[in-house]
Write a protein that binds this ligand. Structure first.
Ligand code: ATP
Ligand code: MG
Length: 675
């Protein structure tokens, strides 16, 4: 699964948070010297790399807005042909002016025949000049109009496509497995797709359309040029190629550097977050970390901007050098044409046409080649997006799922379940078998890392076991539709969410169908013991919690936990999973909750995880996990009589209250502070 891909990712390697140590991350290697075969391969790859995303992008942009896309395309085509028309009109105009001068000097017949392709009007020189000037004016107006139209359509497309992609990313993310989020490499893909790729499709489209436009300009201009001098056309054709080669090379390298730099940037952003986020402020001040983080930022930033500087300078300096070749070629061309004109082999109008056309051919070749390297670059960024969109959810969903009974009976059975996190070398759970009967209340205990939370994740089918099966009501949960299964489970995770929303919304989100049902919210709130607390807030249930969006209030840690707990009670679910529900509650609140829990969980299967033995002992049965294995189970009395690990941990905690001396097993006595 995800873990396996990690080795290929350039972001792997020794951990480097950037908080200490050398801020430098090794730059990606320069491409070495290449033979012809590998050059050919590279060329093929870059052609594929340039065009691969184009069909998808066109579909994406077209779907976002067919009308605007068509408009943009039409504007592009017209804009492509207009320069040749303009150059030709200039030629006619200059020739008419020259003829006018001759007419005045030599008093010959004032007649000029204009060659307008299909139409050959004969006019006086003055009329011809006026006519051509007006034509030229119209062409300039058209150019201005087209560029405005393009700006408008592009802006409109940008907005709708960005939103579309954002929605696609969100849709995709909503369907991704938890494993995707918990694996750094794939999580990174999500981040990259979402930040770097959003604007790329429109950029790609405008580059592609730009290519169409420049190609049309190029073809029409070349046609004009070839008629006059094929040699000139050839010179104009090949001179910009060196500049292009330099450009593609650095485009590719620029992407690698940008990708490398994004690691530094993310660290820099993290340091900014540490200093600008409310929840970190206390600790940052207590430990006096502010200036330290600023210095680290400066250090990493200098590395980052240093590499950027080198890159930019090299790219443009080398581009400039190669570009000079093209400039020399152009100058030679001009000289040649000028000499031809003096020799009388060309009219002045021809001269104007040549210079315009030659320059235009050159810029359009550069434009075409630059367009390709631009497409190549966009394609690289877009590959993140398409990789993300192409990601398959790993957990297989049955084609014909077993319908989840509503209500469930609520029996949970683990049969020889073994589970390891993707990429992990050790099992989080090993050969776990137990049954929770409907209506039973089970407590799960075990030391940190024993696998308790993992067990909950398996019941919710956030992961599938590697071996064995998890059954609910005698059905392997892989045969249920995961969403339908989860819909029948209420619960609270250890790291519950604190939504930046009103108190009522914070609770209501536990069950979407009754999100705005105030009676249901209040009922759940009473059950969790958060009712009195919320009633005391300035606007009761309408009070905004958290201060992101509105002038809200901040709750204490335990108060937040009560709210999260209320969310768990929103669903009338037969299975209730609570991961350390009282870890932040005061003794009284905890006592009251467990007093209530008896009646609350009547008819429900409740499984809770707790480190507090005072609450654990009330459960019908206790499962004791150690290193992912079930090592003891039974009622509190049975386990105390067994006098095993549970009894030892229980006494250890009790001794802390009574002051008895119990030396626990496995306690590292070296941790005593040195005198
Ligand atoms: N997302 C993850 N990816 C890889 N390994 C994980 C992940 N989450 C937990 N683990 C590992 O799995 C083991 C069990 O973790 P789990 O969270 O289930 O422990 P726990 O019993 O809930 O501990 P605690 O009492 O501290 O909450 C631990 O060794 C942990 O390092
Ligand atoms: Mg846990």
């Amino acid at each position: 699964m995800w873990g396996r891909r990690r080795s290929k990712d350039p972001d792997s390697g020794p951990a480097n948070s950037g908080l200490t140590g050398d801020p430098v991350i090794e730059e990606p290697p320069e491409p070495g010297p290449k033979d012809w075969r590998s050059r050919w391969r590279t060329l093929k790859e870059s052609v594929r790399g340039t065009t691969a995303a184009l069909p998808q992008v066109i579909r994406l942009v077209w779907d976002a807005s067919p009308g605007v896309t068509a408009g943009l395309f039409a504007a592009t085509v017209v804009a492509g042909i207009v320069p040749a028309t303009s150059a030709y009109t200039s030629k006619l105009l200059v020739n008419a002016v020259v003829q006018g001068i001759v007419v005045h000097r030599e008093h010959i017949a004032d007649r000029i025949r204009l060659d307008l392709g299909l139409w050959h009007p004969t006019l006086t020189t003055l009329n011809a000049i006026i006519f051509l000037a007006v034509l030229q004016l119209l062409i300039f107006a058209l150019i201005a109009f087209l560029s405005t139209a393009r700006n408008i359509t592009q802006q409109l497309l940008q907005n709708s496509v960005s939103m579309r992609i954002q929605l696609m990313v969100m849709e995709k993310a909503a369907g991704l497995d938890l494993a995707f989020y918990e694996d750094p490499a794939s999580y990174d893909l999500l981040r990259r797709a979402q930040t770097d790729s959003i604007n790329r499709p429109v950029m790609m489209i405008s580059t592609a359309f730009g290519l169409v436009q420049t190609t049309l300009t190029f073809i029409s201009m070349i046609a004009l040029l070839v008629v006059v001098s094929p040699l000139l056309a050839l010179i104009a054709l090949i001179s910009p190629i060196p500049a292009f080669i330099a450009d593609t090379r650095y485009g590719w390298r620029g992407y690698n550097i940008a990708r490398w730099g994004s690691r530094l940037l993310r660290r820099m952003n993290y340091l900014v977050t540490l200093l600008t986020t409310d929840s970190y402020a206390k600790e940052v001040k207590l430990f006096g970390l502010g200036q330290y983080f600023i210095n680290r930022y400066r250090l990493i930033g200098e590395t980052y901007y240093g590499s950027q500087r080198r890159q930019v300078v090299r790219r443009y300096a080398i581009g400039f050098l190669w570009g000079n070749l093209s400039t020399i070629a152009t100058s030679v061309t001009y000289l040649y044409v000028a000499l031809q004109a003096i020799a009388g082999r060309l009219t002045l109008g021809d001269l104007t046409l040549y210079t315009t056309a030659a320059q235009s051919v050159q810029t359009s070749i550069q434009g075409i080649l630059g367009g390709f390297s631009g497409m190549y670059e966009h394609n690289l960024y877009l590959s993140n997006l398409f990789e993300l969109l192409g990601t398959k959810t790993v957990l297989p969903v049955p084609a014909r799922p077993v319908p989840v009974a509503t209500p469930l009976r609520g029996e949970i059975r683990f049969e020889h379940v073994t589970f390891a996190y993707p990429g992990a070398t050790e099992n989080a759970l090993t050969d776990l078998s137990f049954t929770v009967s409907p209506g039973e209340t089970i407590a799960i205990v075990g030391r940190n890392g024993a696998g308790k939370t993992t067990l909950f994740k398996l019941i919710c089918r956030l992961y599938d076991p590697v071996e064995g099966r998890v059954l609910i009501d005698d059905v392997d949960i892989r045969d249920y539709d995961p969403a339908a299964l989860r819909g029948q489970i209420g619960g609270m995770f250890q790291d519950y969410v604190t939504y930046q929303a009103t108190a009522a919304e914070n609770i209501g989100l536990g069950n979407l169908p009754t999100l705005t049902d105030r009676d249901a919210v209040i009922k759940a709130s009473r059950q969790a013991g958060s009712d009195a607390l919320i009633a005391g807030l300035p606007q009761g249930y309408e009070t905004a919690l958290g201060k992101w969006f509105d002038a809200g209030v901040n709750l204490s840690g335990g108060e937040w936990q009560k709210v999260a707990l209320a969310r768990a009670f929103m669903r009338d679910a037969r299975i209730l999973l609570l991961d350390e529900p009282t870890s932040a509650l005061d003794a009284q609140a905890e006592y009251e909750l467990f007093e209530r829990l008896r009646s609350l969980t009547r008819g429900r299967t409740a499984v809770y995880i707790s480190h507090r033995f005072s609450t654990v002992r009330r459960a019908d049965r206790i499962l004791f996990l150690e290193h992912g294995r079930l090592v003891e189970q039974g009622t509190h009395e049975q386990l105390m009589r067994l006098n095993g690990r549970y009894a030892r941990l229980f006494r250890l905690q009790a001794a802390a209250y009574t002051g008895e001396d119990v030396v626990p097993e496995e306690v590292d006595l070296d941790i005593a502070p040195s005198a």
